[in-house]
Design a protein around this ligand. Structure first.
Ligand code: ZN
Length: 292
């Protein structure tokens, strides 16, 4: 079987109340990246953060982190887009990625494309009510076509992300149109906890995606559990030929002793070894994903 790609999702916008090991600064992310690479990760996904943990939306914050990580590891680098609201323009959301791509020291390898739109309100199960009622994550088809073309022109690999089946269908239409090229690096999002926009993080939730993956399109699929523990599905994903995308950005993992990102990734590497699947190096990941 193809080697296992592990993507370290080190921070998202997670704070440190539940797990103090979430890296924020360029230096913290770099140290974490080195440890994640040793534990088996081949891709680093990060969000630039300010020293107090607040989101950082400026290009310099992203460039500082990419340059620092590039200098000391061979990890493939996958920064997030600058904003995820309707307030920013498609050009504004991608600007930092395209700017960084011009300089080899700060050039990322991937950029994410969430292939649809959804409500992302936070639900409070104790109070039985929504904490917010107007939060939407909007990615119009026009925006996505702009992202696909701009990333292609810049020579970066899109990571197509599905939050549900309609996103998967949109991804396949983009492939049919030639806007996305095979092999598609496809993130399958499961959600637990306060966000209900993804499929449930259960075998059935994952199977709903897998049952609809076409056999005639080359897809390297990876799985996130945003808001919950991915370990419960690890063996199923790894033996089915999928890849793993995991980190403290998605869930603090207090239930297994509040690990660091590297300690968490080592658990997935060990599960892969136990079922006879090796983890891919960054160079092997590049080959699997058709990146030259
Ligand atoms: Zn992210």
């Amino acid at each position: 079987m193809e080697k296992l790609i592990i993507e370290a999702r080190v921070n998202e916008y997670a704070m440190r109340k539940r797990n103090p090991h979430v890296p924020w600064s360029a230096e913290e992310i770099t140290q974490d990246a080195i440890a994640c690479r040793e534990a088996g990760a081949s891709i680093l996904h990060f969000h630039a953060r300010q020293v107090n943990g607040a989101p950082c939306h400026d290009t310099q914050g992203y460039a500082d982190t990419v340059a620092a990580v590039r200098e000391v590891t061979d990890l493939l680098i996958h920064p997030t887009l600058g904003a995820n609201t309707v307030e920013d323009t498609p050009e504004g959301r991608l600007a930092h990625v395209l700017e960084m791509a011009k300089d080899p020291r700060t050039r990322p390898d991937f950029a994410p494309m969430d292939m649809g739109s959804t409500n992302i309100d936070i639900y409070d199960p104790k109070q039985k009510r929504f904490r917010t009622t107007d939060q939407m994550y909007i990615n119009t088809t026009e925006t996505l076509l702009y992202f696909a073309n701009a990333l292609k022109d810049a020579g970066l690999k899109p990571c197509a992300v599905a939050w549900n089946i309609s996103y998967l269908r949109q991804t396949l239409l983009f492939q049919e149109m030639g806007a996305l090229e095979e092999p598609i690096y496809l993130g399958l999002t499961l959600t637990e906890g306060p966000i209900f926009a993804g499929h449930p993080a259960s075998e059935a939730g994952l199977d709903a995606y897998l049952n609809l993956l076409p056999e005639d399109v080359k897809i390297a699929w990876t799985v996130y559990n945003y808001g919950g523990n991915l370990l419960k599905l690890a063996e199923k994903i790894i033996t089915a030929g999928g890849h793993i995308a995991v980190g403290l950005g998605d869930h603090p993992y207090t239930e297994i002793g509040t690990p660091t990102n590297a300690e968490l990734i080592a658990k997935f590497t060990a599960i892969a070894a136990s079922v006879g699947r090796e983890v891919a190096t960054p160079a092997e990941t590049r080959q699997i994903l058709g990146m030259v």
